[in-house]
Structure formats: C-alpha cells, structure tokens
Design a protein around this ligand. Structure first.
Ligand code: NAI
Length: 782
C-alpha cells in the first residue's frame, strides 16, 4: 500500500500487542494450576480448561476446588485473621501499598493476561481495568492507614468469602480484596471459572509482597465452589458480584447464618438523552456505555431513552458511529470491541436477540472475525417498555431504545425496571439534569458522562441490583462491624391471666394505626394483655396479611415525606418529643404496669432524649463529596430507603419503638412498626402523641400482633424496601430468606441482644441502615 493509498482509505493497520510474556508466565507455572492456600500454590486437582475466547486456544488448566480445599482455605484465613487485624491499620497499609506498587510494576503483564483470558480489548485492560485495580489498592492503603479515625469504633468481620464474575476479573478482585484487607479481614476469593488467571497472577504478587500466609486465599472452580465458599460455617462475611439469580440464591443460602452480606447484581441501566444534549458527546458516551467490554458490564447503559425531538438525528449519528467501531482481535491496540467471554455467553446473547420480533434491529456494518466469540454492535429501537429486551439484562453489545416526550416521562420509563444499578443523563441544561438525578431509582447516576468509576466513589445498587456499597468510606463500612460485646437475646413473653384476675371494667381494645387513623384489624381478633399479677389491662389487635397490605399502601401513599426538608422532619421529631414528655407520668405508669418493672420513668426520659437526638441528626447526617481523579466530583448523597417495616424490641415497649421509628423518619422514610408483642399498649397509646405532633398520615403506621406470623409477610412483601427485626424472637432466618424475593434490605439481630438504653441503641448505625447512598457524578471544574 502506498502512502497516498493509506491517506485515501484512512484504514487502521493492526497494532498487535505481544502475548509473549503472558504466555511465558503461564508456561512457567506448568500450565496446571492448583489453589493459593495459606501462602502457597497447592498441587493441581481435577482440572478444567481456561480458554482464550478470541481464538478458542487453551490457555491453562485450572483446578476445581473440593470441599476440603475450601475448608483448608477458610481455615488458613481464620488462622491468619487475628494477627493480621492486630497488625493495626498502618501495618496493613504497608502491605496494601506494596501490592499496589507491584500491580503497577507488572501492569502490562496483567493487562495482556486479562485480555487473553477474557477477550476484552487490550486498550481497555491496559487503560482502565488495571489502572483502576491499582488505584483501588493505593486508595485502600490509605484507608488502612487512617483506619482508626475513619472507622472509629468498628472492627473487622473476620473471614470474608468473596465470589466475583468474569467481566472485570482483576478489577473485581481489587474491589473485594483491598477494602477487606484494609479493615483487617482475611479472605477466601473465588474468581469466575472463565477468568481466573489474573487472580492466580495476583497470588504470585501476594507472595512477592510478603503478605502473611493465609491473609489472601484463592480457590478456583465453578458455581459449586462459590456455593461452598459462601455457605462455609466459618465465613463471617460474604461479598458477591454477579447475576441477580445467583445473588438471590446466596441470600437464601446464607439466611439466618449471621453472615454479613453485600450483593452487587445485574442491571438494565437507562441512558437518557434530552434533545438539548450535546448529541455527539452523547453518542461517544454510548460507545463507553454499551460497547465498552462488549456490553458485559453490570452498569452498562443498555436502555437508551431519547427525547422524541432529537431521536431521528441521534439514531442517525449513532448508526454512523456503530459502523466505525472495529470488532476484532482483542490483542490489537486499535480494536474497539473484542470477544465475548465464552461461547455460552455468546449463545445467550444470540438467543435473546434472535428471539425478539419487536422494533427494528440495526447491526453495525463492521466486519467480524471469521472465528472466535464475536458479536456485532447492535441497536434495537422502537421497543415498548414491556418488551422482554427492555426488561432483561442481555449482557452483550446490544442496545435497546425507545423515545420519550417530557422529563417526567423519561423518569417513569427509566424507573420501569426491577433493577436500580446506574443511570446516565445527558443534557446541557443543568436544571433538567439535576432535577432528574434524584428521581432516578439507581445507586449511581452519571451526568454528561458514563461508566466512570473510582475507588473514592461508592458503587452499588438499589432494588434487585443488590445492596451494599464498594468504594469510599461507605465501602469500608461493609467490611467492618461495630465493636460491641456479644449479648445473647432472651425471649420476652407476656404475662398470663392470674387466679385473682378481675374482669375488665371498660373495653380497652386498642386498634391499629394506619394512614394517620385508628383502624380495626381485618380479622377482628385481639389478644389479652395482663399485668405481672395476672390482671387484664387491655387487648391488642392481631394484625394479619390484609392489615400489612393496608399499612404498606398507606406508607407508599405518604411519599411526599421523602421530599420534605430535613428541617421540617426535625421540627416534627422535636414536637413528638415534647408531646411525649408532657405525658411522661401516664406513659411511665403504663410501662411499669405492663412490664412489671420500675423503669418506666427512665424509659420515657431516654425515649424523649432519643427523639431529640434524631431531630438533631435529621439535618446533619449528610452525604459527602468524593474527590475523583476526573473532571468532576462524585456526590455521595444519602437518600431514604423508602418504606421500612420494623419488628420492634419486645423488652422496652416504648424506647424500642422510638429507637427504630425516629432514625427512619428523620431520614425521610415511612415506617410500619410492629409493636412489642408481649407489651403492645405503650405503642397503641403512642398514636395520640403522633396525632398531636403533625406527623402526616401514612408516615408512621403501627401494627400489633404476633411477630412470627407477621415477619414472613413483611419479608416477602414486594412493596417494602427494607425489613428490620429486633424482636426477642430470633426471626433472622425467615426474614432474610423471605427478603430474597425482591432483594430488599434487611437488618436483623441474629439472636444478639442490644442495650437499648446505652449508646448501642442509637447513632450512626441506625442512620446508615435508614439511608441508601446514591453517587451522582457531575462535571465540575475544568
Ligand atoms: P453468575 O452470577 O452465575 O457468576 C458469577 C460468579 O458466581 C462466578 O464466579 C460463579 O462461579 C459464581 N456462582 C455461580 N453460582 C453460584 C452459587 N450458587 N453460589 C455462589 N457462587 C456462584 O454469572 P454467569 O453465569 O457467569 O453469567 C450469567 C449472567 O449473569 C450473564 O449473562 C449476566 O446477565 C449476569 N452477570 C452479571 C454480572 C454483573 O456484574 N452484574 C457479572 C456476570 C454475569
């Protein structure tokens, strides 16, 4: 080809990266890998092949871990944990820093190995995956150094079981391992079966860094090994990234075990383009949103919503850009779209696209390699919101789209999904963009940019995209727990009728409190409440499934509460406190009468004080601004979870209820509280306090009845965002299992008691449980 011809065609030549060093490393390892347990590689066991999806070549043979391998890895992690934690934050920081440095030093080897194993373009592994993984270790070296101040009062969970997917193999390892180690945990990590090689290379770095034996353990194999890791009785915390279906299984498998759990799951993230957007930038954004990593990204902008007036123009530009994308050998530095991770995933994509008959399908004119796992960039427009491809995660280079007219329609369409991982908004109008961002049901929102990540910016979802955050101090919270001494939960039961019980003089049957009004229970049944000496003092309704439904409906209707100012919420909490204080004697007497104790007056005082505390917090538990190394800032906003149902502590009928209600409503949630089962009458007296304190109807709803009967109904209710349980019956297993259905947040006591009068009964852990972090990336500065 002459120079003139090159100028005329402007074709790219190929610019292949050498695979030599990575292949040599594989040969050096003997081609068959064991597991990394207690600081050394074990002998290979039953092996399976790890292939390069671009050409089908076998890269290595990996061992399928057995139960005894997993046991050995967990035992090694357990043995190492105490010493690792005692090393202190600054001691651990040195190792994290060493790992970051080694990752940087061997970055090219990691990038090449990642691309060979996963099929992602070398440009991406070199410029995105590996630098972000390094950044994660550097950032968490800092988190370890500052551990005592950033995580004051918190300690490590212990042994973490971590299971990661194949789309960002080393990066997901970094997201999991770095914060866990920084906090003083040890880990057993299982990489995805398609892509374990960079994890095994990382094991080598752990040895080079002199990391104490057993701090990091890596076992390879398929989902069965993942299951062994997450269900292992000696694992204290489970962190998973992968499909929603598997996340749900893990929620069920770990229910009631007391293991802490975070789940980063799937998504169908909207990519919203307003007609005033810079359309060319928005098209470039889409390249990063859906063709980055062949669309195999949990937060991929896979659902395009474009404003009607700009739709034709935008689609035209988009198709033209799609035709210019180069699909081919991932090792070629000028390739945009590489190989799909495995033939199985390719078939899934083909099946989903081929099964669709709706809308119009456009596939890029780019030539595909003749063999290997490749799929063309694809755009399907004109779909209706209910079409399966608008709802299902395809996890491939396939963008589906529809149009909208108004901003509110855009929000409605964007939120019309069971997922809530990320969202992107393009508009040159700051008012539109920043008005939309808080209305989107998503854990991350990018304004005029997309798929931006940083170790300082929390990442994670809402709804069926999972719970928990990775990155930033919020991510450190997930790898720590409050340092409190364990106290066994003891069951509190009500008193029964005594031999000298007098018949009741007046009918004191309390009612339920729903939508700001007293309501008769649907079933018409009530239960007796007696004093310690067996005297009947009243009756409380037995709420049933229908009453739960009514309470949830009322709470959903009170949505405006989330939009009130924090100042107003504080005022109302002060007002409740004042009104309760005014009736102190009456409440104190009632508490003493019900519980047979003499602590009623103290309980009222502490309850009033607690209301004051959360009135104070209402406008002070703010988000923060994360410094990210890009032209922008990431706002970590604290949003209310939504509607929270809480089974209140039985032992302190008033303080327990106030301790759950106040932080929840202070943060803008609406609540359904199930009163103390043995001593429900302080809650039913409390209605009058709420009524006189300007609490809008539906914000606080109170039910009475059997905790064990109501817990499963609440746990599986599809319209609740969270369920808490501090009942003295340990209902953790039922609640966590039931919550798997819509992956709602749970906060349960796992059989552990709590000192409700002391500092354990209030504070940041309550506010944290009552909020969800939304990370909003906005352009800022030049
Ligand atoms: P997956 O969720 O099955 O695999 C992720 C990880 O979980 C792997 O390490 C796997 O071995 C492990 N695993 C599988 N079953 C397990 C179990 N019962 N207990 C514990 N660990 C288990 O994802 P898969 O099958 O590779 O991909 C299927 C679909 O999942 C994709 O088409 C995509 O839609 C979605 N996906 C989503 C990801 C995300 O980041 N949100 C990542 C990977 C896949």
């Amino acid at each position: 080809m002459t120079v003139q011809e090159i100028f005329e065609t402007m074709d790219y030549g190929s610019a292949p990266e050498s695979a030599g060093d990575a292949l040599a490393w594989l040969v050096d390892q003997g081609d068959r890998f064991g597991h990394f347990i207690d600081g050394r590689m074990t002998d290979p066991g039953d092996v399976f092949e790890s292939r390069n999806p671009a050409d089908g070549d076998v890269l290595a043979h990996l061992s399928q871990a057995t139960q005894s391998d997993v046991d050995a890895a967990v035992a090694a992690a357990r043995k190492a944990q105490g010493k690792w934690e005692k090393l202190g934050g600054s001691g651990r920081a040195r190792y994290l820093y060493a790992l970051a440095r080694l990752l940087q030093k061997h970055s090219r080897l990691f990038a090449v190995l990642e691309t060979l194993d996963n099929g992602k373009p070398i440009r991406e592994s070199r410029d995105i995956d590996i630098p972000l993984a390094q950044r994660h270790f550097y950032y968490h070296a800092g988190q370890a150094q500052l551990f005592d101040s950033v995580c004051a009062g918190r300690v490590a969970h212990g042994v973490c079981g971590q299971v990661i997917p194949w789309n960002f193999p080393l990066l997901m390892l970094a997201w999991k391992v770095a914060p866990a180690l920084a906090a003083g945990n040890t880990v057993v990590l299982k990489p995805a079966e398609y892509t374990s090689l960079t994890a095994l290379l990382f094991a080598d770095l752990c040895r080079q860094a002199g990391l104490p034996k057993g701090v990091v353990n890596i076992v390879t194999g398929d989902g069965a090994v993942g299951e062994m890791v997450v269900t292992h009785p000696d694992v204290d915390k489970v962190a998973f990234t992968g499909s929603t279906a598997v996340g749900r299984r893990i929620r069920v498998a770990t229910a009631g075990s007391g293991k802490a759990l975070t789940l980063e799951l799937g998504g169908k993230s909207p990519y919203i383009v307003f007609e005033d957007a810079d359309l060319d930038s928005a098209v470039e954004g889409l390249v990063d949103a859906i063709w980055f990593n062949q669309g195999q990204v949990c937060c991929a902008g896979s659902r395009l919503l474009v404003q009607e007036g700009a739709a034709d123009r935008f689609y035209g530009k988009l198709r033209a850009r799609m035709d210019k994308l180069r699909v081919g050998s991932p090792m070629d530095k000028s390739i945009d779209v590489g190989a799909i991770v495995d033939p199985v995933q390719l078939q899934t994509i083909q099946r989903l696209v081929d099964g669709n008959t709706a809308g119009e399908t456009y596939q890029s004119a780019a030539a595909l390699p003749e063999s290997g796992c490749f799929y063309p960039p694809t755009l399907i427009t004109g779909l209706s919101p209910a079409d399966p491809l608008m709802q299902e995660e395809i996890f491939g280079p396939v963008l589906v789209g529809t149009t909208f007219r108004t901003p509110s329609e855009a929000v409605e369409l964007a939120n019309n999904t069971r997922y809530g991982l990320a969202a992107t908004v393009w508009s040159e109008n700051i008012n539109v963009a920043l008005d939309i961002a808080p209305k989107l049901a998503a854990g991350v929102v990018w304004v005029n940019g997309t798929n931006m990540f940083d170790a300082a910016a929390p990442f994670g979802g809402v709804r069926e995209s999972g719970f928990g955050r990775e990155g930033g101090p919020e991510g450190m919270m997930a790898y720590t727990k409050p340092a409190v001494t364990a106290k066994a939960l003891s069951r509190v039961v009500g008193f029964s009728s005594g031999p000298d019980a007098e018949p009741q003089a007046v009918d004191r049957t309390a009612k339920l409190y729903i939508d700001g009004k007293q309501a008769r229970p649907d079933g018409g049944y009530a239960y007796d409440v007696f004093t310690k000496t067996g005297k009947l003092i009243g009756q409380a309704p037995l709420a049933n499934r229908k009453d739960v439904r009514n309470a949830v409906e009322a709470a959903r209707g009170a949505k405006a509460w989330a939009g009130t100012t924090a100042h107003l919420r504080a005022q109302i909490l002060y007002y409740i406190a004042e009104n309760l204080a005014a009736r102190k004697d009456e409440f104190a007497a009632r508490l003493n009468q019900m519980t047979g104790a003499r602590s009623g007056a103290k309980e009222v005082d502490v309850s009033v004080n607690r209301l004051f505390t959360y009135a104070a917090w209402a406008d002070k538990y703010d988000g923060r601004v994360a410094q990210v190394p890009l032209r922008g800032v990431a706002l970590a906003m604290r949003e209310p979870c939504g509607v929270i149902a809480a089974l209140c502590p039985d032992e302190h009928p008033l303080l327990g209820l106030v301790s759950l209600m106040a932080p929840a409503i202070a943060m803008g949630n609406r609540v359904i509280l199930v009163a103390s089962e043995p001593f429900p009458l302080a809650a039913t007296d409390f209605y009058q306090v709420l009524d006189t304190s300007d609490v809008p109807g539906g914000v606080v709803n109170i039910l009475t009845g059997r905790h064990d009967e109501l817990a499963p109904t609440l746990a599986s209710h599809m319209d609740l965002e969270a369920v808490w349980s501090f009942s003295s019956s340990d209902l953790s297993a039922e609640i966590e299992r039931g919550a798997a259905e819509n992956l709602k947040r749970t906060w349960v006591n796992h059989g552990r008691g709590r000192d409700w009068f002391g500092t354990e009964g209030e504070g940041a852990v309550f506010l944290d449980a009552a909020t969800e972090v939304k990370t909003v990336w906005v352009p800022y500065g030049a």
